[in-house]
Write a protein that binds this ligand. Structure first.
Ligand code: AKB
Length: 324
């Protein structure tokens, strides 16, 4: 059997920074190539195995790197997120769809498998908000959502038409503590921890009762790897699966943080663009298809995630203070 050799494109981003080290541990450091358009990224990714400085819009360079490293599997993590996409719609389209098409074409020619991250952003105001089904009305109102739904459909198209092994997940907001997200609507759920620890107060850009699906990074990573390792015969809804872990609003998250930092204060100053996006997304998704087809299950609940985030970030911030 051919050895699995993986490239993570966008390895310096929020998901890539934590996914790449886990993949290297599982598949061997030399079998997982990290690539990014920048080299000022998390040291564990840059130094923990092969790294290629690469713009994935550059087709020729992408082919060269993939052939050089005998890649068999691609995690394509490059994307402009929802809030920033509203300010740069053309760029969001070009990056999110253009780079995916480059990847899919190479995957078709070289018979590679591809992980395509999708998002709760594929849903819109006419989608059922609670227990959102796997298959339902999808009329996103953001350019990000339009590119993500296009990515899902391209994934299915390349699978059905050319047999490319494409697989995807509709990620909720992801909470992490290695690399901060940038330009997303769900980013408040990460920012709040830094401000709680460093300032004791956080000004939230969403209303206090805005419910959204969220997930802690260890679960997000496990979801991606489990899906890519699943038996292809069991996968019916390839692009892309609803996955769910916890659903909360800013008020719930603040209450949970207050259990650890009783003096913490949250105030609300809703941003109209981000609020409209959040209001168009589900409160929580039904992930029964992921459970049935590849045995997905989340491990972190809201209290467990908050406890872990606070203790991990506290250590990190103390270390950074000592070094400065
Ligand atoms: C965003 O907020 O844009 C992302 C997402 C939910 O896809 N975190």
């Amino acid at each position: 059997m051919q050895k699995t050799r993986i490239i993570v494109i966008g390895a310096g981003g929020q998901i890539g920074s934590e996914l790449t080290p886990v993949l290297r541990k599982e598949y061997g450091e030399n079998n997982v190539i990290a690539s990014d358009i920048r080299s000022d990224i998390c040291p564990a990714v840059l130094e923990g195995g092969p790294f290629e400085l690469m713009d994935c819009m550059d087709n020729q360079r992408l082919i060269e790197v993939i052939i050089k490293h005998k890649v068999t599997q691609i995690y394509h993590l490059v994307a402009l997120l929802s809030a920033v996409g509203e300010h740069k719609p053309l760029m969001a389209w070009n990056i999110n769809v253009g780079s995916l098409l480059n990847v899919l074409e190479i995957a078709r020619e070289l018979h590679l498998s591809v992980f395509i991250p999708s998002s709760i952003g594929v849903f819109g105001p006419s989608t059922p908000k609670k227990n959102t089904p796997q298959e339902t009305i999808m009329r996103p109102i953001t350019i990000y959502g339009i590119t993500k739904i296009c990515g899902e459909m391209l994934g299915d198209y390349y699978f059905k038409k050319y047999g490319v092994d494409t697989r995807g997940i509709r990620f909720p907001g992801i909470i992490s503590n290695v690399t901060k997200p940038g330009g997303g609507t769900t980013d408040y759920a990460v920012e709040i921890f830094y401000d709680a620890l460093q300032k004791g107060i956080y000004t939230c850009y969403l209303k206090e009762d805005t419910y959204l699906d969220m997930m802690y990074m260890p679960d997000a990573i496990r979801a991606a790897i489990t899906l890519m390792e699943a038996n292809p015969k069991t996968l019916i809804h390839r692009n892309a699966y609803n996955v769910s872990a916890m659903s909360f609003c800013p008020r719930d998250l603040a209450e949970e943080i207050k259990k650890h930092i009783p003096t913490f204060v949250i105030e609300y100053k809703p941003d109209p663009v981000k609020q409209a996006i959040a209001d168009s997304w589900p409160d929580n998704m039904d992930d029964s298809m992921a459970k049935k087809e590849w045995h997905w299950h989340a491990t972190y609940t809201l209290p467990e995630m908050v406890k872990d985030m606070l203790s991990t970030l506290k250590k990190q911030l103390t270390q950074e203070e000592k070094l400065s």
